[in-house]
Design a protein around this ligand. Sequence first.
Ligand code: SF4
Length: 385
Amino acid sequence: MNSDVRVMESIREKVEAGQRLSFEDGLALEACNDLFALGTLANLIRERYNGNFAYYNVNTHINPTNVCVYTCDFCAFRADLGDERAYVMERDQIVERARQASSRGATELHIVGGLHNKLPFSYYVDVVRWIKEAAPEIHIKAYTAVEIEFFAKISRKSVETILRELMDAGLGSLPGGGAEIFHPEVREQICGAKASTESWLNVHRTAHRLGLHSNATMLYGHIDGPKHRIDHMVRLRELQDETGGFQTFIPLAFHPDNSQMAHIPKPSGVMDLKVMAISRLMLDNFPHIKAYWVMLGLKTAQVALAFGADDLDGTVVHEKIYHEAGAETPQEATVAEIRRLIEEAGRVPVERDTLYHRIERDGGTWSPREHIDVPGLALAGADSK
Ligand code: SF4
């Protein structure tokens, strides 16, 4: 048996025993070219935690402004203040979007945007309040850690105060964006000006302490390498050990079009599935791993359900950020389409809300039911301490 085979054998034994994988194990997984072996291992954890279920939600995106003071190299969404593409959504547009979402039966509004040079923090609080007034039943998942840190800076308030004011207005949870790649060798090159790794983690730490759940992302497939991706996952895993507040990890495939990194090709299908599988294997304390179909394409997202993913995100409807960067996926997936993709993959579709309660629908109305618990998770956490 050569040493590579021996290493993979020892990783398989650890996975079967519910033991935590080390940083070095992560690098060994990255070096493994046997995609099906990786998928089989990831699927063990995926099914241990989430059985044969695959989750989705009914949601809509709102990007209140595309004006941004930062110039991240990979971003095709941002605009300068005087740019003809620049926009800021007014109250009427936000309220209209919330009412449309409500009439379509959406359970979630996902809100992220640029960091505007001139808007005060009160605008971002108002966005949440306007939505809550127009559609009180919808969960508001709003503002990345980068935005929260920026609000703290422009208002000279603490992160905790910012989060409390947003929660008072109706904020329900935080999305996972802005994480990109934590390792300084990459972060400083692609988005050095915006929230540091420590700030990003600290916003989520504070949010979890205040009782908010959040997600986490990783933008891969540009100038990152294996050690950067594994480092990223290990940092998230450590914070999750501390707080337990993350729900879902979402590996985001880099899209180069219209960005300053347009010369770098998109990650391949093999890389997409490999990163998905390794995420499931390394992030043993995350209940869910999401195949975000907008970034992956519906077909790869469907296949990812056999490579560690248990969630496809939602119907989405108004996605701008990744479509500006060349995503060729449709703007919207219907519930029927998502359910068909899940069923064809041999999984059982389950509609969830943002906080992972099962959703029951009766005609035009919906109601949250029991929380979707992940039984194997406590075991993995306990083994890891
Ligand atoms: S990724 Fe976000 S912070 Fe960076 S330039 Fe784009 S909108 Fe601004």
